[in-house]
Design a protein around this ligand. Structure first.
Ligand code: ZN
Length: 162
């Protein structure tokens, strides 16, 4: 530790993490950040104050917010592509959207919104993927599941069996 401390310059300062490096705004490729369930590339043009010794990033709120917005856009775009791919699979297997909506308890037309401006939850997106991996059979499984929970003698444990 040194008792000497340089006056803080606007976009350059001593790293408080390692105590030796200099933190400067850095814009570069190859950075990634977690957004919800995905790890996404951080657009190269974003200048993130980064230590030249320990690589610690010192994000301020403005930069963090801008990055978050960019990541959200990318996230939505990837989720939309995923939904479009699952819909294509259902279509190949001649499973109509209305049948899927009914089996998942969704309102009619809901799935069409997911290829537009609406973003599916991770739970729904992953459910659609599992169904789309074997559409006919899994739709059948789902139908069986709801049947086992219906009627005067519901069988929740039996619903786990195929
Ligand atoms: Zn450092």
């Amino acid at each position: 530790m040194t008792s000497q401390s340089k006056p803080q310059i606007k976009d350059q300062f001593r790293c408080m993490e390692c105590g030796t490096g200099t933190v400067r705004p850095v814009a570069k490729d190859g950075r990634q950040a977690k957004f919800r369930t995905l790890t996404l590339p951080v657009p190269a043009q974003f200048e993130i104050p980064t230590c030249d010794n320990c690589d610690t990033e010192w994000l301020n709120d403005t930069v963090a917010q801008a990055i978050d917005q960019a990541l959200e856009q990318e996230y939505r775009s990837r989720m939309r592509s995923l939904v479009i791919a699952t819909m294509a699979r259902f279509s190949e297997s001649n499973v109509p959207k209305s049948e899927i909506e009914k089996a998942l308890g969704l309102s009619q037309g809901y799935l069409s919104h997911l290829t537009g401006d609406k973003t599916p939850s991770e739970a729904l997106a992953s459910e659609l993927v599992f169904l789309a991996q074997d559409p006919r059979r899994r739709m059948q499984d789902l139908e069986t599941l709801w049947k086992k929970l219906s009627g005067p003698n519901p069988d929740p444990a039996g619903a786990l069996a195929r």
